[in-house]
Design a protein around this ligand. Structure first.
Ligand code: HEC
Length: 275
């Protein structure tokens, strides 16, 4: 009985998924191509040099419009991150202006401190909308928030292969997705055509061009490289303790395997008189 219920659930699940897939395909947004990421999989770790490059791209390009309000400057010097020293993180903080209140109660600005978060580059949403046509979303968890449906049968496979890098793949694709609009496409004013943005109408002008940011480590100064680096940085920003989480996860699995063995032999011993 239970077996049959489980089976019908499984059939319903698979059928439902298969029916849902064509709906997404009909929207006309292609799936972002997959990239190789050092942080993918249960053993994945961040590439420090890549995080530093990604931070440089954020600092010089994206931070003009996007905040990362859940990330503090001191996170930059914590283990598992881009590997800056505490002094370097403090220097970065001091380059940002943080809104504050002075002793007489008036609003003022002061240089950032390590405990401050990456500030908003605009006073309020209305101002941002006026300047940029839309509010640039905060980047704290953008790499996790922006995913896409891979559809059947991929999502089943993804559970096995532990594929979770939808977010960074989407960000890379979005940076590459600026194209000439098709002739019959109605593009509103002050908007841009992007192949990978749902609906294709995005208010953000293509933020990256080749040669815009210079890297000290000899990595190519191309949009392709920039977009991978900024995507990796945003994955770290969304989960600064990912490496620790994966390490603890592995330790727990090892512990459970050893514990299962011990329990098995204990059971054998306890029941030996009965058998
Ligand atoms: C000139 C301002 C500006 C700059 C610079 C900028 N953005 Fe944006 N960004 C925007 C605006 C405005 C939106 C909202 C677009 C919309 O909703 O149509 C946006 C949206 C986004 C989104 C969300 C797309 C979605 O799915 O909703 C991503 C991802 C993004 N930007 C990445 C970046 C990255 C990476 C950089 C730096 C390389 C960057 N942006 C630089 C203004 C900017």
């Amino acid at each position: 009985m239970i077996k049959r219920t489980a089976l019908s659930f499984a059939v319903a699940f698979v059928l439902g998924a298969a029916l849902a897939a064509p709906v997404m395909a009909a929207e006309g947004t292609p799936h972002p191509p997959r990239n190789k990421w050092s942080f993918a999989g249960p053993f994945g770790t961040f590439d420090r040099a890549q995080l530093q490059r990604g931070f440089k791209v954020y600092r010089e390009v994206c931070s003009v419009c996007h905040s990362i309000e859940l990330l503090t400057f001191r996170n930059l010097s914590e283990p598992g991150g881009p590997g800056y020293s505490a002094a370097q993180a403090a220097t970065v903080a001091a380059e940002f202006k943080i809104p504050d209140i002075d002793d007489s109660g008036q609003p003022t600005e002061r240089p950032g401190r390590p405990a401050d978060a990456f500030p908003k580059p605009f006073a309020n949403d209305a101002q941002a909308r006026n300047t940029h046509g839309a509010v640039p979303p905060d980047m704290s968890v953008l790499a996790k928030a922006r995913t896409y449906e891979r559809g059947f049968p991929w999502f089943l496979l993804d559970m096995v292969t532990q594929f979770q890098e939808h977010g960074p793949d989407y960000i890379v694709a979005l940076m590459h997705g600026y194209k000439e609009k098709p002739a019959d496409f109605q593009l509103p004013e002050a908007a841009y055509y992007n192949e990978y943005f749902p609906g294709h109408v995005i208010k953000m002008k293509a933020p990256l061009t080749d040669g815009q940011v210079t890297y000290d480590d000899g990595s190519p100064a191309t949009v392709d490289q920039y977009s991978k680096d900024i995507a990796a940085f945003l994955v770290w920003a969304a989960e600064p303790h990912m490496e620790q989480r994966k390490r603890i996860g592995l330790q727990v699995m090892l512990f459970l395997i050893v514990l299962s063995g011990l329990l098995y032999f204990t059971k054998k011993k306890v029941w030996s008189a009965v058998h």
